[in-house]
Design a protein around this ligand. Sequence first.
Ligand SMILES: [Zn+2]
Length: 195
Amino acid sequence: MDNANQIHIPIEISARHVHLSQRLVNILFGKGHELTPDKTLSQPTEFRCEERLDIVGPREIIHSVAVLGPTREHTQVEIALTDARKLGLNPPVRESGNHEGSASCRLVGPAGEYELDDGVIVAHRHLHCNSAEAEQLGIKNGDIISVEVKDSLRPVIFEDVIVRVKDTFSLSMHVDTDEGNAAGLTPDSYGVIFR
Ligand SMILES: [Zn+2]
């Protein structure tokens, strides 16, 4: 496993963003509207859209939040804990797609607004890879691992990183803006598995 611990894992910061169902695209951007891809992301099936919307919480509003495509079955809002404090929300730290008991907010788009009962989460830090990369790293889907951050401004070992293996994924660890700043990530930073 010595070699596996030397493999450089790219670390990417996911800024706050929203995944929308087509039903909510219709409400927020107009009936029949289709999301407009703006930028491809490291996970090839996902893209950032030109569309932006506002997240309204009991305390404040965060404007011009990115929408990620393609549309999903369930709308999901992913924010950092700093965003949650600003908005006045108390979302749980969750894996994507697990919305039970998650927080609510109001979403405001150019064509309408929507009171979202649940779906606001702080994303649980995770690592994407395909099965060949998983084998090289000696990990499997669902594992909980620790990743040591190298060449950052502040030394950090991220524990409790969930491994997600899928053959459409490419190797990268996703953290949010709070986590990225806690580690002082720079473009030179990378992770290695800490055992
Ligand atoms: Zn991810």
